[in-house]
Design a protein around this ligand. Sequence first.
Ligand SMILES: NC(=O)c1ccc[n+]([C@@H]2O[C@H](COP(=O)([O-])OP(=O)(O)OC[C@H]3O[C@@H](n4cnc5c(N)ncnc54)[C@H](OP(=O)(O)O)[C@@H]3O)[C@@H](O)[C@H]2O)c1
Length: 233
Amino acid sequence: MTDTDRKVIIVTGATSGIGLTLVQRLKDAGYFPILTGRNHEKVANLSDEIGVPGYHLDVANEDHIQQVVASIKADHGEVWGLVNNAGIWLEGEFAEHSTKDIRNVIETNTLGTMLMTHAVLPDMVSMGRGTVLNVVSTGALYTRKMISVYAASKWAIRGFTGCLEVEYAPKAVRVMGFYPGKVNSNMYETAGIERDLDVAMTPDQAADMIIVMLGDENMVWSHVSGRSIQDYV
Ligand SMILES: NC(=O)c1ccc[n+]([C@@H]2O[C@H](COP(=O)([O-])OP(=O)(O)OC[C@H]3O[C@@H](n4cnc5c(N)ncnc54)[C@H](OP(=O)(O)O)[C@@H]3O)[C@@H](O)[C@H]2O)c1
């Protein structure tokens, strides 16, 4: 494969769950995935284990985004794709959340996705080629109690994704959204929430769908959602 064929694709939040599985799948499928994550040690160990480049990247830190995207470009060339996957869960009554927790969810799930996209889009437009895939959530398709901040963070990305889809498709850059239902990952546990995930889809199933969406550059897969069939109870 020559450098011009190489599809460099950045995956955020790739130290666990969907992102980690996706990096492995992308490598198997012939892409050039870049594993990124907020935890230095996990990034170093996992990138060694899988055999892909790894970068410490906290998407809630704007300066960090600028520096790391510039380093990735300098080290590996133009970025063909970005999967905005990093995300955190927050559950509970709105008035009980700390303002710090509210800010953290919005800075990670919402601003992180927007600023990562902002950092890679100009080059994609210049190249006349590129793909941004946002991992959203079924939480952006409905409303229910106890998930107000997480839902707001993802509803914002649903709007953002749809607007960029129509703004950039005429410039040959695809912006797409994937909306999984419950996934059997670390997300709830990391947020201190107990959840029975036996019926949830697996990170493998989610990664498979993302691989399909990325595949055909002539197709823009718009707002693709799915749930495990066992999850309809
Ligand atoms: N699990 C579900 O039921 C579900 C359903 C719908 C949508 N989603 C979405 O799917 C995406 C992936 O989540 P997952 O289910 O795979 O959960 P996960 O296993 O917890 O993975 C989330 C990843 O994001 C990373 N991360 C968190 N904050 C970050 C930050 N500031 N900067 C960079 N990385 C950060 C985590 O790092 P650490 O390894 O350090 O924690 C982890 O690698 C998220 O956007 C989530 O909202 C999940």
